[in-house]
Every structure is written in structure tokens, then in C-alpha cells.
Design a protein around this ligand. Structure first.
Ligand code: GAL
Length: 240
């Protein structure tokens, strides 16, 4: 998807793939990035960015590393938007930014994912009435969603969009999450709750089906496997 300016070199749009892998999640993150590299088959160039506490350990020379501090779950997940916001300058070269959970693997992904604000519907709540979806309902929380909201409920394991949009969302959510923490409030599903709230205010321009968040061990789930969640032991991974 490049275009040529007269006398200039080819300019190619780039997707920046953002993965966080600190502590024990490191190895999952390397694997995740390998599968993105192998199975993203769209036309854009890729840039791979790993947020990690041990940047020198990364075995892949094609991955850019950004050092972040490890925090036990859910801190590390909750801080993602702050990491993106703080490193906005280092992400500025990408046309699109997509965040992928370290325990996901790409199977078959192309440029159908591109859009201004892109989310994936949560596989566990495809046919769940919105009132029963796990939106945050605590009026003291900045992620709270009114009962009359019609959904759907989105999972935050895969999300992205145009760089400017994604970074604007990251900066807003980083601020809200910090304010919540200062007030001693924790959203029901952490950063996922805040993302759902943001999407109520700024509706997604592309909603991907839950085959982009397919739990690998689910049998008979009627969606094509585009991105799978691999089974992991949260107990072991989140031990420290
Ligand atoms: C789980 C998932 C969590 C969160 C939750 C919402 O299946 O592992 O990350 O999305 O659903 O209920």
C-alpha cells in the first residue's frame, strides 16, 4: 500500500504491533511476535514493539524493545495505556497501532483489521444481553457504563486503529485509570472496562468477530480462527 512521490523513495504504511511481556510473560510475548510476523499477510509493513523489563533478553533482532517496569497482575495490564502514551514519540513512525496480548497467536490476519478504532467482540458474551455483560457499573468508577447501553462487550486482548486515534485513547484512559487509582477505585475488568467505556463515547469504526480472540481450547465455536488465545496457567504466570 505504498505510493511514490516524484523523485522520492517509496513510502509504505506501517503497522506497529505492540506486545507487553514482562517477567514470566516474556516467552509468550516472543512467541506472539513470531506468529504476527509469520501470519500477518496484509500489504503493510510491520514494526514489532515489545514492552519488557528485560530488553536485552529478547532473542529477535527484528523487535524493538521499550523498557518498562514489571508489576504483578493486574498492574501491568492496567498500566498499558500509560506505557503507550509515554512512548508516543517512539510509536510515531507507524500509521496504525495494534496491541496484542502476549498469550495470543496470529493464525490468519490481513488488512481487514484496519480502521480508525478497531475492537474485537468478546467471545464469551456474543449472545449475552448487554445488561448481563461484565461492564463496570460502579458509579464511582470512571469506566462506569449505564444500564441502558446496548453493547456489545469488547475484549481488550486485541485492539488498535490509526495511530493518532489509538494514542489519543491511550492518553485519556491512562489519565482516567490514574485518577481511579488515586480514589482507591478499581474497574471490574481493569483496563478492559475503561476501553469499553471509551468505545461507548467514541464508537468503534470496525468491530471484529470473536474469531480474532478465539480461545484455542474451545470446541465448536462457530467463527474462523484468526487470532487464538493459548492456554496458560495464570496462577504460575502471575505468581510474582
Ligand atoms: C474472561 C477473560 C478476561 C475478561 C473477562 C470479562 O474470559 O479472560 O480477560 O475479559 O472474561 O468477563
Amino acid at each position: 500500500d505504498g505510493f511514490r512521490l516524484p523523485g522520492k523513495r517509496l513510502i509504505v504504511d506501517t503497522i506497529g504491533w505492540l506486545v507487553i511481556g514482562t517477567n514470566r510473560y516474556r516467552h509468550l510475548a516472543y512467541r506472539c511476535l513470531e506468529t504476527i510476523r509469520a501470519n500477518y499477510n496484509g500489504a503493510l509493513a510491520s514494526r514489532f514493539v515489545l514492552f519488557t523489563d528485560q530488553p536485552r533478553e529478547c532473542p529477535h533482532p527484528w523487535v524493538d524493545t521499550i523498557r518498562v517496569r514489571h508489576e504483578p497482575f493486574p498492574g501491568i495490564s492496567l498500566q498499558r495505556y500509560r506505557h503507550f502514551h509515554r512512548n508516543a514519540e517512539r510509536l510515531a513512525a507507524s500509521t496504525y497501532l495494534f496491541y496484542v496480548d502476549a498469550d495470543m497467536e496470529f493464525v490468519d490476519v490481513g488488512d481487514e483489521i484496519l480502521g480508525k478504532r478497531v475492537v474485537v467482540t468478546h467471545p464469551a458474551f456474543v449472545n449475552t444481553p448487554a445488561v448481563e455483560c461484565p461492564f463496570d457499573r460502579n458509579p464511582h468508577c470512571r469506566a462506569a457504563i449505564p444500564m441502558d447501553h446496548q453493547g456489545p462487550y469488547f475484549q481488550n486482548c486485541f485492539q488498535g486503529g490509526e495511530r493518532g486515534e489509538f494514542l489519543r485513547m491511550s492518553s485519556r484512559l491512562a489519565r482516567r485509570i490514574r485518577a481511579d487509582v488515586r480514589d482507591g477505585v478499581m474497574a471490574l475488568w481493569h483496563d478492559e472496562s475503561h476501553m469499553n467505556r471509551y468505545m461507548l463515547e467514541h464508537p468503534p469504526t470496525r468491530m471484529l468477530h470473536p474469531g480474532y480472540a478465539f480461545p484455542d481450547w474451545w470446541q465448536g465455536f462457530p467463527y474462523p480462527r484468526r487470532i487464538i488465545g493459548v492456554k496458560k496457567s495464570n496462577q504460575e504466570l502471575r505468581a510474582d
